[in-house]
Design a protein around this ligand. Structure first.
Ligand code: WT7
Length: 630
């Protein structure tokens, strides 16, 4: 199908996609390799909810990402790997080489007894072997569950046991920003609590010689190198599971979002090519980690299915200096650069000379993801990185949506700073008021829902369909509720205003306040905690914790440090609270519910008007909290 070329095209295709979605997606889906064509494009019922795309279709996503490119572009680079230390040499992996490596890892998994439908946990740093591992699972129909390598052993236990993984793929360790992380040690700490895990395969990344458990642990080089380099792609049903990816929820327990094969493949490829207007031969760099949905969809599956060259970056933007991104763009002549507002805001504080020293003339399109991008960061990105010559594609989407939902299309959509702009074809947003009424006019503000299925939507929460229904389909019956608030302006442009639930977005990472609270509560001195988000110059939102202790601490700073370490150990360093205020009580209603509205105001520094506090059991506690604000 032809890509959208102009605004008129967009309007026409959008209209087609709404008037006859099945015809629209049927046409898009024809551009892929299917082992068997579908009988029906879509079956759905949001009341259950049940959604099936390309019903009866059979495929393997890796044939679309690898095999189909071999003839035309076998020697083209599929992956450019930029190592953590810029003194190390980058690596290029052609489509032919990638195909071979994926087949080897796939055969290795088979040799270990991993079969179609089995779950495999992947806990690795951003090295090419991580990509091989993910694609190898897809090759044999095993369900991958990638866990971000910054998570602690406790988080790993939760994720491995929830989905019952039988194998773990990891490395001895990782080096990130000059620091060393012993990943195998974290895995070893987790595994005694993970009875389903039969085998662990360890890639020797930093040569740290960790202990290996006989009969359970294998070195990657021993079991992969000897494996055959041809492995037929398993035939998958369109609705078979492709992967599980955990995201935070409003309770302490992370949700294993389930994505399936056919619809995901079609939608991710379509949105990648459409939003960025990807052109044959371009180098694409998404700076996210593969441990998040952004990495799954737009480092691997989107670019590879489109035959693009995708950059995998092992490092961080600030090491060895604040010019790392710009140097790598110059080095690899990157054409499309896709990053997060939090990174832009931190790099914007560094001297401009870091940018000016680099030749960024290869850039054609810029992207942003993960949280609303503020106007100041938008303009800095536009002027200094894009030189006012590259459209900024502000993509709004979620782990649950699988791919872009509301986003400009490069060179097609008229941009508006800090606006995600317009829905892609196939996406039907509805703005709802608090009483559940749809606001059909423009110039409105409310809650963002989607009223029609799109191919890459999550199908369920692994092992808990009821929670899937309760979380996403019950607030506004018949509609998918995103959890975000939005404004739709007079032109019909969307601006995402942020979460309206108990999820905070810290440096673009989705975090449940309940999850952080229960981690803080693990500290022996802590009785109870309430966590809220507050505006943070660089991270977008920071974590503010109100903590009640058994006794008034003698050393506030000391205890704060301990609490932060507790959280880092239980969830991971990304969840460490920025501010910890010790309080003697929390504002609670008579039914015992914490009034977070009040705590949010305090954390935001809006101290003048606390609104109605008459329903609180002890209104005096509010005064104390206001006085002690950090
Ligand atoms: C939440 C989803 C999308 C992949 C990375 C995060 C926020 C995401 C934007 C954007 C405003 C955004 C929303 C959303 N968000 N992109 N362009 N503008 N807000 O995935 O961890 O599932 O988080 O991130 O609040 O609901 P996630």
């Amino acid at each position: 199908m032809n890509l959208i070329q102009s605004n008129q095209d967009y309007l026409q295709q959008y209209k087609n996609s709404v008037e006859d979605p099945e015809k629209f997606w049927d046409e898009v889906a024809r551009d892929f390799v299917w082992k068997k064509k579908w009988n029906k494009v879509l079956e759905w019922d949001f009341a259950k909810p049940s959604v099936k795309w390309f019903v009866g279709g059979k495929l393997n996503i890796t044939e679309n990402c690898l095999d189909r490119h071999l003839k035309e572009r076998g020697d083209q680079r599929a992956i450019i790997w930029e190592p953590s230390d810029p003194k190390d040499a980058p690596k290029s992996i052609t489509y032919k080489e990638l195909h071979e490596q994926v087949c080897k890892v796939a055969n290795m998994l088979k040799n270990l007894g991993v079969k179609k439908g089995d779950r495999v946990c992947i806990y690795m740093p951003m090295i090419p072997e991580l990509a091989y591992a993910v694609l190898a699972c897809a090759r044999i129909g095993a369900v991958h569950s990638v866990v971000f390598a910054g998570f602690s052993s406790g988080s790993l236990v939760d994720r491995i046991t929830d989905s019952g993984c039988s194998a773990v793929l990891t490395t001895d360790g990782a080096s990130r920003g000059g620091k060393r992380i012993d990943l195998k040690k974290i895995v070893d700490d987790a595994l005694p609590k993970c009875p389903t895990v039969k085998s662990v395969v360890v890639f020797d990344c930093i040569h740290s010689k960790p202990p290996m458990q006989e009969g359970r642990d294998y070195w990657w080089h021993d079991v992969v190198n000897s494996a055959p380099s041809v492995c037929p792609a398993e035939e998958m049903d369109s609705e078979d599971l492709l992967f599980i990816l955990y995201t935070s929820g409003s309770t302490g327990k992370p949700k294993g979002m389930v994505h399936t094969c056919g619809g995901y493949m079609v939608y991710i490829n379509y949105t990648f090519r459409t939003a960025f207007q990807y052109k044959e031969g371009e180098v694409f760099w998404c700076t996210a980690d593969l441990g998040w949905i952004t990495g799954h969809s737009y480092i691997l599956y989107g670019p590879l299915s489109a035959g693009a060259t995708t950059v995998i970056f092992e490092g961080i933007p600030s090491w060895p200096d604040m010019g790392r991104f710009w140097q790598a763009i110059e080095r690899h002549k990157v054409n499309i650069f896709y990053t997060a507002p939090t990174a832009i805001r931190s790099l914007q504080l560094a001297p401009l000379s870091f940018v000016e020293k680099c030749d960024l003339s290869s850039l054609r399109v810029l992207g942003s993801v993960g949280e609303p991008i503020n106007e100041e960061a938008w303009h800095w990105y536009d002027e200094n990185i894009g030189k006012k010559n590259c459209p900024i594609i502000d993509t709004w989407w979620q782990t649950e949506t699988g791919g872009f939902m509301i986003t400009p299309i490069a060179d097609v959509t008229k941009l508006k700073p800090a606006h995600a702009t317009l829905p892609l074809p196939g996406v039907q947003p509805a703005v709802m008021d608090e009483n559940g009424k749809e606001l059909t006019d423009n110039g409105v503000e409310g809650r963002l829902t989607i009223k029609f299925p799109w191919p890459s939507m999550a199908r369920t929460i692994y092992g808990d369909h009821q929670r899937f229904r309760d979380t996403y389909f019950s607030t506004f019956p018949g509609k998918y509720f995103t959890g975000d608030g939005c404004k739709r302006d007079d032109e019909g442009y969307y601006r995402i205003t942020g979460r309206v639930d108990d999820i905070i977005i810290v440096s673009g990472h989705n975090m449940g306040t309940a999850e952080v609270e229960s981690a803080i509560d693990e500290h022996p001195s802590v009785v109870e905690t309430a966590v809220v988000g507050y505006p943070h110059d660089i991270k977008g939102q920071g974590i503010y914790a109100f903590v009640i202790c058994h006794q008034k601490p003698d050393n506030d700073e000391g205890l704060r440090g301990e609490i932060r370490e507790t959280v880092a150990k239980i969830i991971g360093p990304i969840a460490k609270p920025d501010k910890i205020q010790f309080v003697s009580g929390l504002p609670k209603t008579r039914s015992g519910k914490i009034m977070r509205r009040i705590l949010r105001k305090v954390a935001e520094g809006e101290l003048s008007n606390m609104g109605d506090t008459s329903t609180l059991t002890d209104p005096a506690v509010v005064e104390e909290i206001v006085k002690g604000k950090l």
